[in-house]
Design a protein around this ligand. Structure first.
Ligand code: CP3
Length: 343
């Protein structure tokens, strides 16, 4: 089986010759070639130059026999097209100079078509497609889910407790609704454009939604995630990823997605049972910082738990850490591919 077929079959819950694997943030700072490129080019330039983004997308495939590539970009650039002043501050992370704090600011936001504001990423997809076809590998596109995008737009940067976001949600429910409609419309168009440009599958990242109670998730977020997922599901396979949502994972699955991605806080067999469809995950990225003798039992635990579950894409429970030794990644990928469930 090619990686392309293995990955897409697992996403559909069909049988595979071995478990497919890709790694969140696989084209990132743990790779020496990535760090060298980033010394020459800013994050903005790397994302906005299709040839550079294409090159970075392919970097991890030179090291590891992964089954899929994920297009190099970030979830936040679409916010810039809406009118938010986004910058990737070296050594600090993304920051927004004019965070959204009022209903008027929501009404000023534009919802431009992705082919206008995200053209470099769509072009990067078209550039890597023939190379991935030659290697028999799948290509994953992605976008941030409405809540994770809204929280970045409102907080303006990293946050501990999401106080501004929740305050806005509770004080301005009508403006929150208008914001989530704008974000979901933008995201439906963007994910559709990525599939049209050549992505085989798309992942919706709701990395931060686990900050909410079940009640708030269902009241303020799920209708909009559902709006995105139901619109995109007919166009291609969709992975719905979130973290910290173990307490209400059924509710997250109800929003949609052919595959549910989970972090390490929930045993993957429990996730599989509760969502009743293929799952992605869920090794703790920190386990890759340990020696193989401690890492291997964690890998084996995931593999033993999902044995017999319908559809599994191996991944970490969240992004790979910059200090991860390449040797551990190589051993992980090879171990997942050669894993024999009978032994
Ligand atoms: O997975 C991939 O390799 C594809 C590219 C990708 C990036 N970010 C590249 C990136 C993807 C899918 C993302 C998703 C993303 N970005 C999320 C959701 C998933 C998650 O990890 O929680 C979020 C919340 C962001 C926002 C973001 N971008 C933050 C908070 C940061 C700074 C912290 C960090 O991890 O570096 C970024 C920067 C960023 N995005 C880098 C990369 C490779 C590092 C940039 C650099 O310093 O070179």
């Amino acid at each position: 089986m090619t990686g392309h077929k293995r990955f897409l079959s697992a996403c559909r819950g069909e049988s595979v010759d071995c478990t497919p694997i890709w790694i969140m943030r696989q084209a990132g700072r743990y790779l020496p070639e990535y760090r060298a490129l980033r010394r020459q080019h800013s994050m903005e330039t790397a994302i906005q130059t299709p040839e550079l983004a294409a090159k970075i997308t392919l970097l991890p495939l030179q090291h590891f026999e992964l089954d899929a590539a994920i297009i190099f970009s970030d979830i936040l650039p679409p916010l810039a097209g809406m009118g938010l002043e986004l910058a990737f501050v070296p050594g600090h992370g993304p920051s927004i100079a004019n965070p959204l704090r009022t209903p008027k600011a929501v009404d000023m936001l534009r919802v431009p078509p992705a082919r206008e504001t995200m053209a470099p990423t769509l072009d990067a997809i078209r550039l890597v497609r023939p190379e991935l076809d030659a290697q028999g590998l799948a290509l994953i596109g992605f976008a941030g889910a409405p809540f994770t995008m809204a929280s970045y737009a409102i907080e303006g940067g990293a946050t501990r407790n999401f106080a501004h976001t929740k305050q806005f949600m509770y004080h301005q429910p009508a403006a929150w609704d208008r914001l989530m409609i704008k974000l979901s419309s933008l995201t439906i168009d963007y994910l559709g454009a990525q599939i049209q440009a050549g992505a085989d599958c798309v992942q919706l990242f709701d990395s931060w939604v686990g900050a909410l109670s079940r009640y708030d998730y269902e009241r303020y977020v799920r209708p909009y995630s559902h709006r995105v997922l139901s619109a995109v599901e007919s166009k291609g396979p969709v992975i719905h990823f979130s973290t910290n949502t173990g307490p209400y994972l059924e509710s997250v699955a109800e929003a949609g997605g052919h595959v549910i991605g989970v972090d390490w806080r929930i045993p993957i067999d429990e996730a599989s049972r509760r969502v009743n469809r293929p799952v992605m995950g869920n090794l703790d990225p920190c386990t890759l910082l340990g020696p193989w003798r401690e890492l291997f039992p964690h890998v084996r635990d995931v593999m033993q738990r999902v044995a017999g579950c319908p559809g599994h894409v191996f991944n970490l429970g969240h992004g790979i850490l910059p200090q991860t030794p390449l040797e551990n990644v190589k051993r992980l990928v090879d171990c997942v591919h050669s894993y024999d469930h009978d032994n």
